[in-house]
Write a protein of this length. Structure first.
Length: 287
């Protein structure tokens, strides 16, 4: 028996490249006001409420109502993702990782959209015809705080906040990190069909309760300061996402990198809070 046969052995690797667990793409994108855009800025236009005028006599002059227009501006930002695969890498790992790289990149770009939206929830909003003024997040648009965990009571407060602002009951949303989901699942009112006719608990996942649709977020994307997690509830039309360019992928050789194969993904988007009354900041203590 040859003692040198080990020279001919090749280290074996799996034939499939598995992507590690992660939030796959954007969770929030389908639940905000989405508009296409070409240019540096995108403006979301609003029309303020008006009041009807009572007719006080026959043949009276037609009253004119001065409709108030408002707009808020989203600034477009470019996002890129790229990685190289050398020919020598292909020889050593015996697999083609291009598809997995593309999927990994698309997931990262989707999370970038969520990060932009999360940052825009309580950031200053740029207003006016030319974006000359700035509106800070209202101090009154916040509930919870130190020592207050996520609970059904907080959901009631959130619902009342939107009711007071005449926010439509449809298309109300709320984000949860894992700790907030577990806190809610522990409460009888969430898991009991006596309180929740739409079955909030399905295979351990809260879907809809008290008029809110729940969206489970990667906790790394949702701010944690000490033991306090900042999450948001919002109405779909209260947040704007402008897509300057949908994701584009390109896989091809880089001549300047010894013909290494480059996986490249790019996109352009911007986010802004459109209506203050439709966004609520919730501070949930996880202690």
């Amino acid at each position: 028996m040859s003692v040198t046969i080990t020279v001919a052995q090749v280290a074996q690797y799996t034939s499939n490249l598995q992507i590690k667990y992660q939030q796959e793409g954007s969770v929030l994108r389908p639940f905000v006001r989405l508009e296409p855009q070409t240019g540096r800025y995108h403006y979301f236009d609003l029309l303020a409420p008006t009041a009807a005028v009572k007719n006080v006599g026959r043949h009276a002059d037609t009253p004119l109502v001065d409709s108030q227009h408002e707009r808020r501006r989203a600034e477009m930002n470019d996002y890129d993702w790229a990685d190289l695969i050398d020919d020598q890498d292909r020889v050593r790992i015996l697999i083609n990782p291009e598809g997995a790289y593309v999927s990994n990149a698309v997931n990262a770009m989707g999370r970038a959209i969520d990060i932009s939206l999360i940052e825009a929830f309580d950031a200053n909003s740029i207003n006016g015809e030319s974006g000359a003024t700035s509106t800070a997040f209202p101090a009154g648009n916040e509930i919870g705080g130190t020592g207050i965990p996520m609970s059904v009571d907080l959901l009631r407060q959130a619902g009342k906040f939107f009711d007071d602002g005449n926010v439509p009951s449809m298309d109300r949303h709320i984000m949860l990190a894992p700790e907030q989901k577990q806190r809610l699942l522990a409460e009888t009112e969430v898991t009991s069909s006596d309180f929740n006719t739409v079955k909030a608990l399905v295979r351990g996942e809260i879907d809809t309760f008290m008029g809110f649709m729940f969206h489970h977020m990667d906790p790394a994307l949702v701010t944690l300061s000490g033991t306090e997690r900042t999450i948001f509830a919002w109405h779909k039309r209260a947040m704007g996402l402008a897509m300057g360019m949908e994701l584009k992928t390109d896989v091809g050789p880089r001549r300047d990198k010894r013909n290494s194969m480059q996986v490249y993904v790019t996109g352009v988007h911007g986010a802004v809070r459109i209506e203050d009354a439709g966004v609520l900041r919730i501070i949930a203590d996880e202690a």
